[in-house]
Design a protein around this ligand. Sequence first.
Ligand code: DSN
Length: 415
Amino acid sequence: MSYEHVRDVDPAAADALEGEVRRQNDTLAMIASENHVSEAVLEAQGSALTNKYAEGYPGERYYAGCEYADEIEELAIERATELWGAEHVNVQPHSGTQANQGVYYAMLEPGDKILSLELEHGGHLSHGHPANFTGELYEVEQYEVDPETGYIDYEALQTHAEEFDPDIIVSGYSAYPREVDFEAIQEAADAADAYHLADIAHITGLVAAGVHQNPVGTVDFVTGSTHKTIRAGRGGIIMCDEEYADDIDPAVFPGSQGGPLMHNVAGKAVGFNEALQPEFEAYAEQTVQNAKALADQLRKRGLSLVSGGTDNHLVLVDLRDSHPDTTGKNAEEALEDVGIVLNANTVPGETRSAFNPSGIRAGTPALTTRGFDESTCRAVADIIADVVDGYDDEDVKAEAAERVRNLTDAYPLYE
Ligand code: DSN
């Protein structure tokens, strides 16, 4: 993949763009929220729709010249409806965080109460963290995973909801390796007479493929990002029943966003179409099987996993038992040196800091897109374990880098 037109006018930018393609090809992307979209999605995102302003919604735009913007947005909406089954879909949020913002802005008043999962336990900044606008504008209390099992304690959540009386309960997580029982959380929301927002950003693809429980139809609002396991163009999405459409749409535009990023909406349309093809189900199933194989091999190599394993696309390693003197950052940096790109992550009961936490999070969506299966993921687990064991040993790292190189050569990207 080359950027000839960019190179003609801006060699420095072309170097960076080509460097990024090379970096993605030559390393294993294991940040659980990342994936590799198809060239079709890349082309759609790089299309002339980047030039178009289209404030409003299909058929009701504030500017002229929106016939193709309408077509592409309608395609994205139709396909999302088919994938997840919601009555109403808004494909304009620029990101998953902005999708959440749209729901809060539509349904809450400043000072209203949010009950959500603690960030250290797998939640997300936009679910009420003090450093996020949600932590400033709303009154937030947070639930946790069971410290013994690492699973969400649904009974404790229900009791917490009864005591706190929230206006909205947020489910759906960024670093929680287990399947979520959205119905159990809906019972807590019903008991507290609260809305329920399920942020399925990480598991959009698993839900669309029927591999995980679909909260659409159970909860009030489902949000997500569109570039993670669903592997479409970058951005966010909101889904809800028709009764909330007139709250949600104006909260996105003009409430909290201006013109939609129509090139990204095009990437969503094209990626959603790919996800409707029969092979996507196999991709989603393989992503989970690969994560289970990765988890199993890491465990065999003596690493502790939060909750003991995984039901989805990610594993969360708590290094404190096996490597008390190795931080998540130590591991992240050593792994990056050998070509495995994942992230240091906080773990439940974190005793270090968010910047230098005690865990690492690793996901299989991008490896699976590259064609990895269970045995390749076990091989990757062995490399991770070797590097964590010898994170400051240059010989260990050189040998690990060679094994990563063999894998990236065998599974090239964007040929
Ligand atoms: N940054 C994403 C993640 O890594 O989970 C969430 O926004």
